[in-house]
Design a protein around this ligand. Structure first.
Ligand SMILES: [Fe+2]
Length: 317
C-alpha cells in the first residue's frame, strides 16, 4: 500500500452478490481517514450490508481506531475465562476464538457447546434490548482450512416475500434470548430457566433508516412471537429463518490473517463455519458498535447477562 493519503477516487468496490456484500480495496485502513473517505466507507457499508477488506495490516489499536467511524464502540465485560486477563485485550475487543485463558486451544466441552451456538444463523446481541449494529471482525489466527464465516441478506429476503407475508409481519414482535440459541446448539437448559431470564423484545421487521429498506429480524436467538401460541410462533420463526438462508441470499468469506469483514447485524444474519477446533487455532477479534450510539452508550450492559448465565456455558463472546 503506497504511503499516500487515501482518496475516495482510489476506493474500489467489487460486489459479491448482486444486491449484497462487497470487497473494498484501495484504502489503507491503518492511516487516519479524511471525513470524506470515512463517510464513503460508511455509505458503502450501509449499501452492501457486508464489506470485506483484505490484508488490512490492522492490529488491535488501529482496528479500534478505524471502527470508530461507525459510532461508539461497545466494551466487553471484564471476566475470567475468555482469555482477557492473560491476553491483555483492550476492552473494545471481543475475542472470538477457540483459545483459553492460557492462550492455548480450549478443549473444555462446554466451550465447544457455546461455539456450536455461534454456528447457528444469528444476529449478534439480538437478545439485548439495545442491539449491536456494526460488527468488525479481524482475523489474527486462522485454521489451515475451513473456518469460513457465512452471511445472509435479510433485506433482500424481506423484499422477495409475498405481500401477504409482509403485511402479516409488519406489526409483529418477538422475544429473543441468548439461552435459547445455546439450547438449540445443544446446551442443557430447560424452557423454564429461559423464561426466568431477561428477554429482549424486537419487531420482526427492522426498518433501516439510512437506506429506507426493510429487513427480517429473527435468527437463532429469536424464540417466541408475541400474541401467537408457542408452536405457531416458532413455526413462523423457523419458516423465516429458512427463507433467509436460501442460496441466493448467502455467501461465505474465507479468511487470511489481516482480513477484516464488517457487517450490520440489523440487516444481516451470519454463522461461523465449522473447523478442526481441537487441533487448529482460530483467533478473531471483533469490535462492535451498538445501535443508537450517536451518544455514548454508557456502562457496559453485558455484565449482568453473563453473570446470570447458566453454569454449563462458558462465556466466550
Ligand atoms: Fe456472531
Amino acid at each position: 500500500m503506497p504511503d499516500v493519503p487515501n482518496t475516495v477516487a482510489d476506493i474500489t468496490v467489487t460486489p459479491i452478490l448482486p444486491r449484497f456484500g462487497a470487497e473494498i480495496s484501495g484504502v489503507d485502513l491503518t492511516q487516519p481517514l479524511s471525513p470524506e473517505v470515512a463517510q464513503k466507507l460508511v455509505d458503502l457499508q450501509d449499501t452492501w450490508g457486508v464489506t470485506v477488506y483484505r490484508d488490512t495490516g490492522l492490529d488491535d489499536a488501529s482496528h479500534i481506531a478505524f471502527s470508530r467511524i461507525f459510532g461508539v464502540l461497545e466494551k466487553a465485560p471484564s471476566r475470567s475465562g475468555n482469555g482477557r486477563t492473560k491476553r491483555q485485550l483492550p476492552p473494545e475487543i471481543f475475542a472470538s476464538s477457540n483459545l483459553g485463558p492460557d492462550n492455548e486451544i480450549n478443549l473444555d466441552p462446554s466451550a465447544a457447546i457455546y461455539r456450536k451456538g455461534d454456528q447457528l444463523w444469528h444476529t449478534d446481541s439480538s437478545f439485548m434490548p439495545v442491539r449491536s449494529a456494526y460488527s468488525a471482525l479481524l482475523a489474527h489466527e486462522v485454521p489451515s482450512k475451513d473456518g469460513l464465516t457465512w452471511f445472509a441478506d435479510t433485506r433482500s429476503a424481506y423484499d422477495d416475500l409475498p405481500q401477504e407475508m409482509k403485511d402479516k409481519l409488519e406489526t409483529l414482535e418477538a422475544d429473543h434470548s441468548l439461552w435459547w440459541s445455546r439450547k438449540q446448539g445443544g446446551a442443557d437448559i430447560d424452557e423454564a430457566e429461559i423464561d426466568d431470564r431477561v428477554l429482549a423484545r424486537h419487531k420482526m421487521i427492522y426498518e433501516d433508516k439510512k437506506t429506507g429498506r426493510k429487513a427480517l429480524y429473527v435468527g437463532a436467538h429469536c424464540r417466541d412471537v408475541i400474541g401467537m401460541n408457542r408452536e405457531e410462533g416458532r413455526a413462523l420463526i423457523r419458516q423465516l429463518n429458512e427463507w433467509i438462508v436460501r442460496p441466493e441470499y448467502v455467501f461465505s468469506v474465507s479468511w487470511n490473517v489481516g482480513d477484516m469483514t464488517i457487517w450490520n447485524n440489523l440487516i444481516t444474519q451470519h454463522r461461523g463455519g465449522e473447523f478442526d477446533a481441537v487441533n487448529e487455532r482460530r483467533d478473531m477479534h471483533r469490535t462492535t458498535v451498538r445501535e443508537h450510539t450517536e451518544a455514548d452508550p454508557g456502562p457496559d450492559p453485558f455484565s449482568r447477562l453473563f453473570t446470570e448465565m447458566p453454569k454449563l456455558i462458558k462465556t466466550e463472546a
